[in-house]
Design a binder for this molecule. Structure first.
Ligand code: PRP
Length: 188
């Protein structure tokens, strides 16, 4: 694959601007703060895609939080399709038994990753387990996952930026954009 040095040249359309994302993150943070008032919360970020969202969201939540990081893999290489295979590349570093846990994701697509993760984390006996995702792409769902906090529901387009990648690139874009199809089909 070839990534232009001007990454924005590979973007067909900006779906969510930096300002729209920031406003939504602030709104989610307040809502989570109200729901967990007088409680402490453990945020479990699912790397790598959720990294910018996690960094911004944790600072928008006005209750004490501790953070932990997991890395799982559901997509292989540069493919835009989910393989359905979920592997744990990095596990939690602390126990979550008896804790209020909120999973922080960048996107829910087929739901296979979260389906696996929820079962895995439930097995560790947290006091509560909820899910927060910045993006939800319901058109591609294969398993039903109840999601507690959703930033934006988006159409079935291949999006990159604000953590989301194609072939590990584009994560550092400040916005979420639709990748031009010729970038991943190699045509054009
Ligand atoms: C992406 C995303 C979710 C998952 C969603 O992660 O961050 O974890 O795919 O897809 P699903 O609902 O179809 O399972 P990916 O495996 O691409 O890793 P990354 O976060 O490192 O980019």
């Amino acid at each position: 694959m070839t990534v232009q040095t001007d990454m924005t040249a590979d973007i067909g359309e900006i779906l969510l601007t930096e300002e729209e994302i920031a406003a939504k993150v602030a709104e989610l943070g307040s809502q989570i703060g109200a729901d967990y008032a007088d409680r402490r919360l453990t945020l479990v970020s699912v790397l790598k895609g959720s990294l910018p969202f996690m960094a911004d969201l944790m600072r928008a939540i006005p209750v004490p939080v501790r953070i932990d990081l997991m890395e799982v893999s559901s997509y292989g290489g540069t493919t835009t399709e989910s393989s359905g295979l979920v592997r744990i590349l990095k596990d939690l570093s602390a126990t979550i038994e008896g804790e209020e846990v909120l999973i922080v994701e960048d996107i829910i697509d087929t739901g296979l990753t979260l389906n696996y993760l929820v079962r895995y984390l439930r097995g560790k006996n947290p006091r509560s387990l909820r899910i927060c995702t910045l993006l939800d792409k319901p058109a591609r769902r294969l398993v039903d996952i109840p999601v507690d906090y959703v930033g934006f529901t988006i159409p079935d387009q291949f999006v990159v930026g604000y953590g989301l990648d194609y072939g590990e690139y584009y994560r550092n874009l400040r916005f979420v954009g639709v990748l031009r199809p010729e970038v991943y089909t190699g045509v054009g």
